[in-house]
Design a protein around this ligand. Structure first.
Ligand SMILES: NC(=O)C1=CN([C@@H]2O[C@H](COP(=O)(O)OP(=O)(O)OC[C@H]3O[C@@H](n4cnc5c(N)ncnc54)[C@H](O)[C@@H]3O)[C@@H](O)[C@H]2O)C=CC1
Ligand SMILES: O=C(O)C(=O)COP(=O)(O)O
Length: 584
């Protein structure tokens, strides 16, 4: 069984209004994987790409910071085993190898920017490593670069500049096109896309946008019409790309889609190179479908020296400069430093990419239920008899709230943690809970029990049932045949309120002895005095019985772990039919 002293009890703080919620160290929920010995040591953060000074200063105030740029993949793999966090921009590929090489030490990857397509999120999640990004600080910089490329492309600024510097004066060759009155299709109407749209309207462009997930009211507020993909392609004079690179957007501009565009269309890409099939773009340029393109991003960065696309006369290129303004880089550095430090401290990051982002208010409300969920999981799994594999778990959340008004991801993660940690050496956190459960073949189904009454509290009770197993404590099996434990929160403290068919009431602090006996006078006294003699402090006691003088289950909360002999003495009381000691 896991030594629980290495995984101390988690408490959430009282309500906080900031987007980051501090969890005290150490905490169950934290993404921080800790060994007791390393608790006091300063973490080490590897900064693998250039970061603004203010962010570096912040990092240095909290951790040992190793700035090592231009590492080869092999060098990164070697260094990473000594690091608790890694900070990168778009130039570093954080592959599965990196997580494997870290041998469990890497807890946080911070992407100092928006796009996380260079981080293997699946591998991060499997390794319980939180990935955070800095999604807001470079938005304006990217939008401004998009507009700069749009205007520069339309007026051949780069080509004309090169020509003048080469001693030429080609006024007729570099006649451009006007922007005013033209239609710009913004593909991807998120943070950057909408800022581009706002600025383009100021330049007199008619702006349409395509984004299957963007809210229509945001588009309306800027005076932009949301249109379908085909319509955007068919009507645009300019197309500006602002969607993330995902399997769905990879090479979304290809031979087929270029063929649907207006002849003479001009394309700007400050999103990701991979959203365009670059060979197809060269063909479309040569065929005259695309008049010009202005590109900040490429499938391969830096691109191959002999790239036909880069060399193309009608293509303007920049070396992934979208986020590269002084202001954006300072902002991004601070944003990522705060997120990484917060994550290392065990806070839930508001910019988590591979874990649920739970708003501070929700978290503060769920706080005692999160503790309850973990403890119910721990109790339930310890009630399973050795040899019965735990495969099917049903969790019921009883609440008077509307069904969609309860985010159970956090609770499910904590139940999973409680179920898995006592029986394995696996570390479970919010990042890897679902993955770990799936990997172990643990199927957790959730259901809501809708109650009448006051929806003031998010939950009335949580019930955890494990099906198809034998129990070390037969009374824990309910009539329906599952190990059943149920708990409630009373005055902010989690309580165990049901075991099998027996109602009990014991606060879930310390550890618990469950004892089934024939209901008769003097039992509480007998057990209490055995524990007292051994100096085991009893925090709570309660008896749940079927009927007077029939069977009863006594739940005893103890602060200290009773010795084997003490437990034996309890078992030897003639009326005691079975008992079990459970660590929380
Ligand atoms: N060149 C550079 O230096 C920079 C590049 N970027 C890139 O710009 C892109 C956008 O960044 P943000 O606006 O901050 O992200 P965002 O997440 O705010 O916006 C992305 C938008 O794309 C939409 N989208 C997703 N799939 C789509 C699809 N199939 N078709 C159309 N739209 C789709 C989403 O609904 C979302 O509204 C990202 O790829 C990011 O990496 C961002 C900053 C700097
Ligand atoms: O934030 C993004 O998505 C970017 O593309 C910026 O990349 P960078 O941090 O400049 O390497």
């Amino acid at each position: 069984m896991t030594n629980l002293t290495l995984k101390p009890t988690f408490q959430l703080p009282a309500g906080r209004s900031s987007s980051l919620v501090t969890l005290p160290r150490p905490s169950i929920l934290r993404v921080v994987r800790c060994a007791a010995a390393s608790l006091e040591a300063k973490p080490t953060i590897l900064v693998a790409e250039k970061l603004g000074e203010a962010g570096l200063a912040l990092l240095k105030s909290y951790a040992n910071v190793d700035c090592a740029y231009n590492l080869s993949p092999e060098e990164l793999n070697t260094k990473i085993s000594l690091c608790d966090a890694l900070i990168v921009r778009s130039g570093t590929k954080v592959t599965r190898d990196v997580f494997e090489s870290s041998a469990g030490r890497l807890r946080v990857v911070g992407r100092a920017g928006v796009g996380i397509d260079n981080v293997d999120l699946g591998a991060a999640t499997e390794h319980g490593c939180l990935v955070v990004n800095a999604p807001t600080a470079n938005t304006v910089a990217a939008a401004e670069h998009g507009i700069a490329l749009l205007a520069a492309m339309a007026r051949n600024v780069a080509q004309a500049d090169a020509s003048v510097k080469a001693g030429l004066w080609q006024r007729n060759k570099y006649v451009g096109v006007s922007l005013v009155g033209k239609t710009l299709a913004v593909m991807g109407f998120g943070k950057v896309g909408s800022e581009v749209a706002r600025r383009a309207k100021g330049l007199g462009l008619h702006v349409i946008a395509h984004d299957p997930y963007a809210p229509a009211d945001r588009a309306r507020a800027i005076g932009v019409e949301l249109v379908g993909f085909e319509e955007a392609l068919a009507t645009a004079d300019f197309i500006s790309l602002h969607m993330p690179l995902t399997p769905a957007t990879a090479k979304v501009l290809n031979d087929d889609t270029f063929a649907k565009m207006k002849k003479g269309v001009r394309i700007v890409n400050v999103a990701r190179g991979g959203v365009i099939d670059e060979d197809a773009l060269v063909r479309a340029l040569d065929a005259g479908i695309v008049a010009q393109a202005a590109l900040d991003v490429f499938i391969e960065e830096p691109p191959a020296k002999d790239s036909k696309l880069i060399a193309h006369e009608r293509v303007t290129v920049t070396p992934h400069l979208g986020a590269s303004t002084m202001e954006a880089q300072e902002g991004v550095a601070i944003e990522i430093a705060e997120a990484v430090i917060g994550a290392l401290k065990g806070e839930l990051a508001a910019t988590a990419v591979n874990a649920p982002m739970v708003p501070a208010e929700v978290l503060s409300e769920l706080k005692p239920f999160v503790v309850l969920a973990d403890k119910l999981g721990r109790l339930a799994v310890q009630l399973v008899a050795g040899g019965s594999g735990v495969k099917t778990v049903r969790v019921s959340y009883a609440s008077a709230r509307a069904p969609d008004d309860l985010d159970t991801r956090l609770l499910r993660a904590m139940i999973t943690k409680g179920l898995i940690e006592p029986i394995s050496s696996v570390f479970v956190n919010l990042v890897n809970a679902d993955f770990t459960a799936k990997q172990r073949g643990l199927r957790i189904t959730e259901e809501r029990v809708i109650l009448d009454g006051s929806p003031e509290s998010p939950l009335e009770y949580i019930q955890v049932q494990i099906a198809n197993v034998e129990s070390r404590f037969a009374s824990a099996i309910s009539d329906s045949g599952e190990i059943t434990v149920e708990g409630r929160v009373k005055d902010g403290i989690p309580h165990l309120t049901r075991v099998g068919g027996f109602e009990v009431d014991v606060s879930l602090e310390g550890s618990i002895i469950l004892c089934r006996q024939v209901d008769q006078p003097g039992m509480i006294g007998k057990v209490g005095s055995i524990l007292g003699e051994e100096n085991v402090n009893v925090s709570f006691m309660s008896v749940g019985r079927i009927a007077p003088r029939k069977q009863a289950v006594m739940a005893i909360g103890v602060d200290d772990q009773p010795s084997r002999e003490t437990l034996k003495k309890i078992g030897d009381i003639p009326a005691v039919e079975e008992f079990v000691f459970l660590k929380l």
